[in-house]
Design a protein around this ligand. Structure first.
Ligand code: C2E
Ligand code: CA
Ligand code: CA
Length: 893
């Protein structure tokens, strides 16, 4: 306690007994814990002016004077039995209250939890007032001064506050106190707080949503309900006495102590600090702390207001997270490949990311609304049509016509080229709109994708190699055409197949093959009117759809026109010249048949028919063909099993010399003994076999079979030793790579001399300039076999071509032989051919000789050999020996 002089006053004594005395009074200020609590004074009697007399006073008198001056009553407590002794009666302070009844006392900040308001009888009042202080001293708190503010309501209802102060008397027994009771003066104008106000304040404290705690000497002495809740204690009692560090996060202990140390004087406050309170369940409660210095039980203490900021923290955290998300979002938008635009109510650009700038260029600065996207020029839709301004996406969004829309817009870019934009537009709801943003557009430049898509769409319907329609595209065109009643009557579909294309491809290479296909496509497209549709169906299969063709003749005429266009010699880039043959099937669209697929199938059947009969022809579809083709498919199926089942056999037709009638050779002709259809002639199944790879199996079987047979005859029959065996070889066999090994194998197995074998190949089988075929023929001749041109004259090869053919025989087709002896023209042709053949060292055979007239004419016209029904029909092997001279048969002549 520190006393400093403040005021010196000389005054007359107010007491009647000392009315003539003068006192010098020195008022000082009691400064305790920074708060002015009371004024005390020292009074010294001085002699009145003009007199030096000093009034002598006893210690008792002085104490009484001092008490009066300080408006306090003094008391003393002796723990050794004397108890409380009032030096001045308490009534001096509170007056003698005439009103009967009890005093109401309450004291200390502990309020309800401590000494609650209680009634006290007037004669107990002194004891009751001092009780807490004496109790504290007795409890051995060890303090040397006590201060207690007591509130008291007199029986009259008058509220008073009384300040009890005490000091332990040094030198006295332990617990010996000397004290005063006085009225506290309001500090710095703080208004007097009445009991009910205090109670209200107390209620406020107790029920404050903020935690309020008081700690003293580092220990909790009071906590309101909110504070208890924060710490997880169930009652105040659990918490009181606990060190405050038990409630504080270790990281916050240091800063808290530092802050408290700034509070020097009672009433000093530090606010706005944050700390973490440890809840007993282990969680941490973030709080904002306001600490104030105060007193508790007369001793310095700290009152702390704890404001739970969990929610605020969470909100801040959420906000931070939101900001982070927004930042990330903004970064993402900036980095998007897609352009993103934000437009306001007027359609002006509010924001645009980098990609938008890249995609839209200067358009961004130009107009408003859709013009930002389109540049304000013409805008095309995917279908190629122009899009009206009011139908553009931003206009629609601004009109609130749609909330979301997607559009593909073809615009003219800054560079003046067509650019395709994919635009997604979103109209924001009013509550989503920020800063007047109304429409958000995302824009992608899909020019490349669009081109690719267009390309893919084109490729879905067109043939990449030739640029013609493909099967899908053609079917679509056929469907459209047959759906149109006006067109269906005059619609004709032609299916055209390039003969021996596989051979061109295999022997000249794929590049040449492609070149041929492109040339065919070109020629077809050139030959037809623009209304026609031309397509490529597969490898070498083409189709043409024509309209306005009124009759079948017209249809066939078109087929011939196209055939002629394709037959023109074709010069490849390599310089090689090809003569293409094609087979065509024709079908007229029937108003009752509107299925495009069916129509194409029919034309296809007709084409197969054309190809099957004779290559290089045109066939017209008729309904019977379907059955026939169906039957053919069945037959093809049976044929696969025929070889294995032993249903094939070979018949032999003799070839005789025109000079002496001697049989010089035999032609092997295959027959099929069909289990249900009976004997089938080659015309029924060779074509079928040629269409598949079956011809290879069949041909090899015939070779082995006939070679073995011939070897036996030559070995056993006189006259047969020099006879040759003629075997038919299909062009398809020549085109493949199996013929030479198959011939070798048959020779090996039969032991037949190669010189005894003549392979008959139709004219069309010789493709003079085909290197593969040339090699095969060379190999065969090299092995000692001989070759014959079969059916000479039926095809298209010219006589001049004959020179290049490495053949030993030439068989004049039955069609020419038929007329000889009766038809001059045929006679002429045969004589020319014979002459030419002889000039080339080739022996000429007249085929299909049925009459003696024909035979004689053949002899006269220079043919060397003949073959035909006149001599003998093809016959089973068993009857062949009759032809040999020794046997005496028809061959004898
Ligand atoms: P091709 O090579 O021209 O055979 C002659 C065809 O004329 C034979 O018919 C034969 O029976 C017939 N023929 C012979 N003399 C006369 C006659 O005086 N008058 C008439 N009207 N016809 C006569 P076939 O046996 O029906 O054979 C037809 C065709 O089948 C053959 O014509 C040949 O191209 C082919 N062929 C027959 N066997 C085979 C074979 O094993 N392999 C191959 N690839 N084709 C074969
Ligand atoms: Ca033949
Ligand atoms: Ca023939």
């Amino acid at each position: 306690m520190c006393f400093r002089d403040r005021t010196v006053l000389v005054s007359r004594c107010p007491f009647p007994s000392h009315s003539h005395a003068l006192f010098k009074v020195v008022f000082t200020r009691a400064d305790m814990s920074g708060m002015v609590l009371a004024r005390v004074g020292l009074c010294t009697p001085v002699a009145p002016s003009g007199s030096d007399a000093v009034v002598p006073l006893t210690a008792e008198q002085r104490l009484a004077l001092f008490s009066d001056l300080a408006r306090v009553v003094t008391w003393e407590f002796d723990p050794r039995g004397a108890g409380i002794r009032w030096h001045t009666p308490l009534a001096r302070l509170i007056g003698d209250d005439p009103t009967p009844g009890s005093y109401w006392l309450s004291s200390g900040p502990a309020g309800r939890h401590g000494q609650s308001v209680r009634p006290v009888e007037p004669d107990e009042l002194g004891d009751a007032l001092l009780a807490p202080v004496i109790e504290g001293a007795r409890a051995g708190m060890g303090w040397d001064s006590y201060e207690l503010l007591q509130e008291m309501v007199a029986p009259s209802g008058q509220p008073t506050r009384l300040l009890v102060r005490a000091m332990s008397v040094s030198g006295g027994p332990e617990g010996h106190l000397f004290g005063i009771v006085g009225e506290p003066e309001p500090v710095d104008g703080t208004p007097w707080i009445s009991a009910d106000t205090a109670e209200r304040l107390q209620l406020l404290v107790e029920h404050s949503p903020s935690g309020i705690v008081v700690h003293q000497d580092g220990k909790l002495v009071y906590a309101n309900a909110s504070a208890i809740k924060m710490t997880g204690y169930r009652t105040l009692q659990e918490g009181v006495g606990q060190p405050i560090t038990a409630f504080l996060h270790p990281d916050h202990v240091g800063p808290t102590v530092a802050r408290l140390s700034q509070l020097f004087h009672s009433g000093d406050v530090v606010k706005g600090h944050e700390a973490l309170i440890l809840h007993s369940d282990g969680t941490e409660v973030p709080v904002e702390v306001t600490s104030a210095r105060t007193t508790w039980g007369g001793k310095p203490a700290f009152q702390v207001i704890l404001h739970d900021i969990t929610e605020r923290k969470a909100a801040e955290e959420a906000n931070r997270a939101l900001l982070a998300v927004e930042r990330r979002y903004a970064a993402a938008v900036a980095a998007l490949e897609e352009g993103v635009l934000v437009l306001d109510r007027d359609g002006s650009v509010q924001a645009a990311n980098e990609s938008a700038v890249r995609i839209l260029g200067h358009r961004l600065q130009r107009g408003r609304g859709d013009a930002v996207l389109t540049g304000g020029g013409i805008v095309w839709g995917v279908d190629g049509g122009a899009i009206a301004a009011e139908d553009l996406p931003v206009a629609r969004a601004l009109r609130r016509q749609v909330t979301r829309s997607h559009a593909v817009l073809g615009v003219v870019s800054d560079g003046g080229v067509r650019q395709w934009l994919s635009v997604n537009t979103r109209r924001l709801d009013d509550d989503q709109s920020v800063d007047g943003a109304v429409v958000v557009c995302s824009v992608s430049d899909i020019t490349e994708r669009k081109q690719l898509m267009d390309r893919l769409a084109w490729e879905a319907r067109n043939d990449v190699l030739t640029g013609l329609l493909n099967r899908t595209g053609l079917l679509a065109r056929i469907s459209e055409t047959v759906a149109d009643a006006d067109l269906v009557g005059g619609a004709v579909l032609l299916v055209i197949d390039v003969d021996r294309f596989k051979m061109v491809n295999d022997s000249l290479g794929h590049a040449a093959g492609d070149e041929v296909l492109r040339a065919v496509a070109h020629r077809l497209a050139d030959a037809v009117p623009p209304t026609a549709a031309v397509g490529r169906l597969h490898g070498d299969g083409f189709a043409v759809l024509l309209t306005g063709v009124v009759d079948t003749e017209g249809a066939v005429a078109w087929a011939e026109t196209l055939r002629a266009a394709l037959a023109r010699p074709l010069r490849l880039v390599s310089g090689r010249i090809l003569n293409l043959g094609v087979s065509a099937g024709v079908v007229r669209a029937d108003p009752s048949e509107r299925d495009a697929g069916r129509l194409l199938q029919d034309a296809d059947l007709a084409m197969l028919e054309a190809k099957g009969r004779h290559r290089g022809r045109v066939a017209l579809f008729d309904a019977g063909l379907r059955d026939e083709i169906g039957g053919r498919l069945e037959l093809e199926h049976d044929l696969r099993a025929a070889v294995a089942n032993g249903e094939l056999r070979v018949e032999y037709q003799p070839v005789a010399s025109l000079a002496d009638g001697r049989v010089v050779g035999l032609e092997a002709l295959v027959r099929w003994e069909h289990p249900s259809r009976g004997l089938l002639m080659p015309a029924r199944f060779i074509g079928l076999a040629e269409e598949s790879e079956l011809i290879v199996t069949l041909g090899s079987w015939v070779l082995v079979q006939s070679f073995s047979q011939m070897a036996r005859w030559r070995a056993r029959h006189r006259g047969a030793e020099d006879a040759f065996l003629a075997v038919n070889v299909s062009p398809r066999q020549l085109e493949g790579s199996d013929l030479v090994p198959a011939v070798d194998e048959a020779l090996r197995r039969s032991g037949l001399s190669p010189s005894a074998v003549v392979l008959e190949i139709t004219e069309s089988g010789f493709v003079a300039d085909d290197p593969h075929i040339a090699r095969v023929l060379d190999d065969l001749r090299g092995a000692g076999l001989r070759l014959a041109v079969d059916d000479f004259g039926a095809g298209y090869s010219s006589l001049s071509q004959l020179k290049r053919l490495p053949v030993s025989f030439l068989k004049i087709d039955r069609a020419f032989v038929e007329g000889i002896g009766t038809n001059h023209q045929d006679d002429h042709i045969v004589s020319v051919v014979t002459e030419l053949g002889h000039g080339l060292g080739v022996r000429v055979i007249a085929e299909g000789v049925e009459t003696e007239t024909q035979r004689d004419a053949a002899r006269r016209l220079g043919c060397d050999l003949y073959q035909g029904y006149l001599l003998a029909r093809p016959c089973p092997s068993a009857t062949v020996p009759a032809f040999w001279p020794g046997a005496g048969g028809p061959g004898k002549r």
